[in-house]
Design a protein around this ligand. Structure first.
Ligand SMILES: [Zn+2]
Length: 83
């Protein structure tokens, strides 16, 4: 799985990869504000919800636009799983 691409996976599939932290980017490329979603936050999502369903619910704190793009937080994930 190429986690650099936007994923369309459900939360259960995300957890199965060991990916728990996510970086969320503003959908507007001119803004490109981003922030981290911690594992604590992601853990509260139900297993059967798809990331593509959650993305439209995020509102950018910088420009106020609705819609986000999730990316896997790979380096931290690698540290966490020790690979
Ligand atoms: Zn923005």
């Amino acid at each position: 799985m190429n986690v650099q691409c936007a994923f369309d996976v459900c939360v259960a599939e995300l957890r199965a990869t060991g990916m728990r932290d996510l970086i969320v980017f503003c959908q507007d490329c001119r803004c490109s504000h981003n922030g981290k979603l911690t594992a604590d936050y992601v853990d509260r999502w139900p297993d059967d919800v798809r990331l593509s369903e959650l993305e439209p619910w995020f509102v950018c704190k910088a420009c106020g636009k609705r819609g986000a793009i999730f990316r896997g937080c790979r380096e931290e994930t690698m540290m966490a799983v020790g690979r």
